[in-house]
Design a protein around this ligand. Structure first.
Ligand code: HAM
Length: 433
């Protein structure tokens, strides 16, 4: 039986692996211009971090986490025993909670310090039902800015996110930037009550899931895919009509800065996002071309209370993450192909077995001089060595036969112009340059 990759995961084969590296480099360049530096946190964290940080009632935490139990602890559990809270580990479903945990643990934002601007890239894990654009292991690139509640941080990050998508080649016309404010602890509780009582008035038109959620988090009903629920929620009270003065001013400033930068957005009062830590600004970037029903290529927002949730001092934060695989779908719809993974400056071909050692040495000398060189390891005929060189898109082929070898030269063929020149073995590397 052939063993395949687990459902909902995928291999990045060499061409795509190269593309992913370039994708990360572009992010480091675009985000680096705004002062973001790389951080790398563990793929596993204590389950408690996600429960407290993302919210116990969210789908991500209540249904989609992969929890890892080491052999010894698994045995204890199976035997009916209990394990310490710190031994309960989960694969990270997202990056924000871990980064905020690291910021608190290492005191990266001491009192009075400028904000910490951090970026990360790597795999996240969610036990969702796999479908186009939705995987169980997927790659995210994200940023988190901790230590400032200035709306300029929000606007700067949103603009930076759009610049990144454009830099990797997603046409601006294909993208829709949705924007909302979710209020704060001063104004959201009263708004949440308004929505709850509105839902109770329309209980018979709403699905069971929405009504159950109405208790813990009624705002989640804005995300329900059920058409009847969507129709009811369209007329629900809008958060932006119920923001406190501070949140309204904050939101107005974010919009003014985006307007000033010429970054168009659509205000969407039903954008609530699926993670519980958000306060004030939230945004999402959606694309239709090439996507299935999973059309968000990135999203994020402000989370001014998260550091406290995980045991730190009050530290406002803003961040976003983008889904690499969904960006690839959007890019492929725009005509992108993965780059060629292999570079080949020189292919060293042997006329017969007597020149193999010299060919091996020539290839090695050119590699040591900084060129990518390949040769044949399967005793192919000269003709099929040329075919292989073509396939590798070799810039030059050096042909080594007994006669050439006796004169200390190789026939060096430029594969584009087809010009051929006898070249001293010691001068091949210089010719490649
Ligand atoms: P999120 O919206 O859950 O936010 O995920 C961000 C992006 O990751 C999505 O827009 C999507 O492109 C991608 N994504 C999410 N789930 C999957 C999946 N199952 N398969 C493929 N791609 C997926 C967050 O994760 C927040 N941590 C963002 C954030 C950072 N907020 C503040 N800071």
């Amino acid at each position: 039986m052939v063993i395949k990759a687990p459902e909902g995961t995928r291999d990045l084969l060499p061409n795509e692996a190269l593309f992913w590296e370039r994708f990360k480099r572009t992010a480091a360049d675009v985000f680096g211009r705004c002062g973001y530096v790389l951080i790398d946190t563990p793929i596993m964290e204590q389950t408690e971090l996600f429960v407290r940080g993302i919210g116990e009632a969210t789908d991500v935490v209540s249904k989609e986490m992969f929890t890892a139990i080491s052999g010894e602890n698994l045995k204890t559990l199976l035997e009916g025993g209990s394990i310490k809270a710190k031994s309960r580990l989960s694969l990270r479903p997202e990056g924000t909670a871990g980064v905020v945990r690291a910021v608190v643990q290492h005191d990266l934002v001491p009192l009075g310090a400028p904000p910490a601007k951090l970026m990360y890239a790597g795999p996240m894990f969610r036990a969702e039902r796999p479908q186009k654009g939705r995987q169980r292991q997927f790659n995210q690139i994200g940023i988190e800015c901790l230590g400032a509640d200035d709306p300029a941080v929000d606007a700067e990050a949103i603009i930076m996110c759009m610049r990144f998508f454009e830099a990797v080649g997603i046409p601006r016309a294909d993208m829709r930037l949705l924007l909302n404010s979710m209020g704060c602890e001063a104004c959201r509780p009263a708004y949440r009550e308004l929505v709850r009582s509105y839902m109770q008035q329309h209980a018979e038109q709403l699905c069971g899931t929405c009504m159950t959620r109405a208790e813990a988090n009624p705002l989640r009903a804005f995300d329900c895919k059920n058409e009847a629920c969507a129709a009811v929620m369209e007329d629900a009270p809008k958060i932006t009509d119920h923001l406190c003065d501070d949140c309204r001013a904050h939101y107005a400033r974010v919009k003014a800065l985006l307007d000033g930068a010429g970054v168009g957005y659509i205000e969407d009062a039903s954008l609530v996002r699926g993670l519980d830590y958000y306060t004030r600004t939230v945004f999402e970037v959606q694309v239709d071309n090439g996507m299935g029903s999973q059309n968000a290529i990135g999203g994020g927002g402000r989370y001014d209370k998260l550091a406290e949730e995980v045991g730190g001092r009050p530290t406002p934060g803003f961040g976003f993450a983008l889904g690499y695989e969904r960006c690839v779908l959007a890019l492929q719809a725009a005509g992108m192909e993965f780059p060629e993974a292999q570079r080949c400056d020189l292919f060293v071909a042997c006329v017969d077995d007597t020149t193999r050692t010299a060919a091996f040495e020539l290839a090695q000398a050119c590699r040591d001089a900084g060129f990518a060189c390949q040769m044949d390891y399967q005793q192919r005929s000269l003709k099929s060595q040329f075919k292989l060189a073509d396939k590798l898109h070799a810039r030059y082929v050096a042909v080594l036969g007994p006669e050439e070898l006796s004169c200390g030269v190789a026939k060096l063929r430029n594969m584009q112009s087809h010009e051929e020149q006898e070249t001293l073995l010691a001068e091949v590397a210089a010719r490649l340059a």
